[in-house]
Design a protein around this ligand. Sequence first.
Ligand SMILES: Cc1ncc(COP(=O)(O)O)c(C=O)c1O
Length: 370
Amino acid sequence: MGDIKQFLVPWADDISVYSTDDLLSAWADPEIGRMMLNENPLGPSERVIKAVQEAARLGNRYPDTGPRLREKIGRFYGLGPDNVYLGNGSSEMIDNIMRLFVAPGDEVIVPNPAFSLFKVRATTVGGKPILIDMKRNPEGGLQYDAQAMLKAITPRTKLFIICTPNNPSGDFIPEKDLIRFLDTGIPVFIDEAYLEYHPEHPSYAPLITKYPDNAMVSRTMSKAFGMAGIRFGYLLASEKMIGYLRKIQLPWSLGLLSLAAGEAAWDEREEELKGKVEFNRREINYIWEELSGIDGLHPFYSYGNYILVDPGETGVEGNEVVDYVFRETKIMIKAYPLPGGKEGFRLSLGTQEQNRACVDAIRKFFRTRS
Ligand SMILES: Cc1ncc(COP(=O)(O)O)c(C=O)c1O
């Protein structure tokens, strides 16, 4: 028997994995509070559920690429249907851009901290994620270090990853910094997964007209729409760029039920999102204010549905807080590495009751230590 390694791609052992173990526990026990994955505690509307049920009756048929919905989405952004690519969540977009731009040994410049799937999918294709620490801005938030990211460019750089507002640090990238990346001509993936939570902040989608060869904007219904399990995401880019993405898209990656849900959610977005966005804003402000009041803690204000916390000078590691909160409340939150090597923690929004229980447990943890 030969060694399996002789058949594997040479970078197989370097592929990092996105762990979904938390989900195994959470699905196995519905009593567990889920504040670890940036889900929306508010689920899909009745209209979305009905659309899924109706689509299920045609479940013997392969779906198309959703031209009617692509038309509607494109029109909203002043674009055409061929500027829109629909897929199985924005994770599909992240995976596809890696496969489109990154060959083994190529580099992808990723901010740190960031959604870990960027790093994971870069390594899947043999790419090298180059993590660049964010820096503190004068207001105490974490911001892209544009200078350091630009300095990291080498002949092997194939992609910049920008998430705005960034998961987990919570802030938007200023347009002038984004433009500096776009002006390099290197492809820039702009992930706007959480933008619906702050509709007063414009999308960067119009930049794809000015930068047709390197700007891509990714959106998802997993967050504000509350459809993470349904799986619906879309990418906006020039027709040329979408054409290349279509070449590598797995046929029918967006299932019929997801497509139906996506269209129903899109059609009712104005009425439906209002309540969800309002709930998110209120609860995020509550959590941020409460955690800001705990001595030594530094929560980063967030425009998403999560808050990253730096345990500051308390000497606490994020994992200790995560374990304590779980023991006290049965609520899962997540440890998160911070720039500079420290470990913080991130909590995402739960129900009103869970948010209070989680904040109380964190307060108790730090009180009993001092
Ligand atoms: C920044 C960011 N992009 C993309 C995703 C993936 O979302 P989707 O469910 O659309 O695949 C997440 C999920 O947490 C995220 O935080």
